[in-house]
Design a protein around this ligand. Sequence first.
Ligand code: GTP
Ligand code: MG
Length: 555
Amino acid sequence: CKLIDVLKCLKQRQIYANSTSYRSLSQRLGEINGKQNSATFHDVIANRKLEAKRSILVQVQSAQSCKELYTYCNAITPVKQMFHYSTGVEPLHFIIVEFSKEADVSNVLSQSTYAESLQIVPVQSLFLWFKAPVKKNKQKVLKAAKLQIENGTFILNEDDVRHSLKEEKSVSNQMLSLYNSIKLNDISTRLRFIVARQIETALSGLFPHVVVYPFGSSVNGFGRMGCDLDLVLRLNENQSTSADSRLVFHSKAITASERSTSQRHMEVIGDLLQLFLPGCSHVRRILQARVPIIKFYQQLADVECDLSMSNMSGVHMSNLLHLMGEFDSRVRPLVFTVRKWAAEVGLTNSHPGRWITNFSLGLMVLAFLQKPGYAPPVLPGLNLLIKSAGPEDTFITEEGINCTFLRNPERMLDFRRLNTDSLQSLLEQFFVHYSNFDFSMKAVCLNEGSPVTKPDHSPLYIVNPLEQGLNVSKNVSMEELERLKMEMRNATWILESQEVKGMNWGVLSLFDGRRKFGMSPAPRQAKLLEVSTLFETESDGERIEFKSGQVEREI
Ligand code: GTP
Ligand code: MG
């Protein structure tokens, strides 16, 4: 009761949105009630963006430099917390320094300098390095008593993960443990928002209304360590026009067609990233795509990025997936286990091609959890979420895509927790469900919450929940669908015939299924060779383009 009072008090004073104490208290309350604490996508993103606005990223000599950096920054403006991480085999060390306010970052940046060299072009950036002191620093190094330093490393040790899975007591625990070991951690998430913020900061002089939104698995709650960072860059966001103002900025009008203008803009942005932005390397422009994208590697954050300037439907899709994950605490561990299984048996591949993607697989899991056949379902159908939407949930993109659906899972509490199946049981039912699914006649559909008749002859049809005329798995070939069905049947069989716990039991036996039954390991290499020819397919507005040796997907 006391916790509820404190939460109410924080809420009344409007200080909850950014307050970690509010978050941890309400989390605690959720735990006491045995409930998952739900956060709306909007709040999560807003908090992460604020964190990024209050942060800088500093390269240091080693983890030991933390205290010295803390002392140095703290002398300029109070440091709130610091996070250490390292990348690479010969590790480079970095520290995210978070201050209390956005203005503190400006303060620190105004007291920072550029390297003395004619070879460099000074640019606005949040990425710095901490050089050795010119004179021996007499300043007493502060004790890092109040300092929160978290170690983050992005290198996952597969053996450690497997070992911890072996030690678990049940398959359900294994699934939870897997999820907790490989999901994107706090530092990696912070870093992704700082990468987005770096682009915003760099472009803001020329484009005062620029916003860069991270979307996809970095923000939808289904991201694993090392996943790519999808970004959408908008030059004209949050523009507040004042009708009273008589002074109006002169601006250039867009003369060419929207598409060619967008391509030209992307070309220029690609050049800026490549030539001026610290850490941005391997910039590749894929501008002929229906949705042009720029791919680049941010080496200071060790993350592959895909930047587009298209519509916001990808962000709304991320919101939808996030919402589904918030509905029930079993959703994410189940999706992670299925994706891990698919990667292990070679159904998915980090290169796009004629096989199923993680995104499509995730939608298959969500659709299964809505299944009305066995009562009660874990997740509601999207149509129910649309019906329950309020005015604050109404979003229609510039292109007319209706992205209206209920955004706050707390408003559907009645629906939640009616199904009490264990994770293990859900995993088994998932494989049985799709082993018996009529892929020749039926399409997977999250809108209805049950399969619908397939509108065309694509081998696998998964209705795009936000643009229902599109099939998100249009790329999947008949051969790949057959492999998917076969692996689903194998998985059903492996889970059903679990012997006494051996070396690799539970989900580990699923991952090792091929080896266990004397089958050769998944043909990943063969898959890569398969796409080394040049061809292109186009349908329903979703186009896949394969270039020799390198594969790019267009949405
Ligand atoms: P990983 O990057 O594999 O971890 O997952 P992801 O969900 O980020 O997938 P990806 O990077 O391939 O795509 C980013 C986002 O674009 C997804 O989350 C979707 O919102 C959207 N998206 C991905 N694939 C498709 C597709 O085939 N069709 C449509 N309409 N949207 C897609
Ligand atoms: Mg992604």
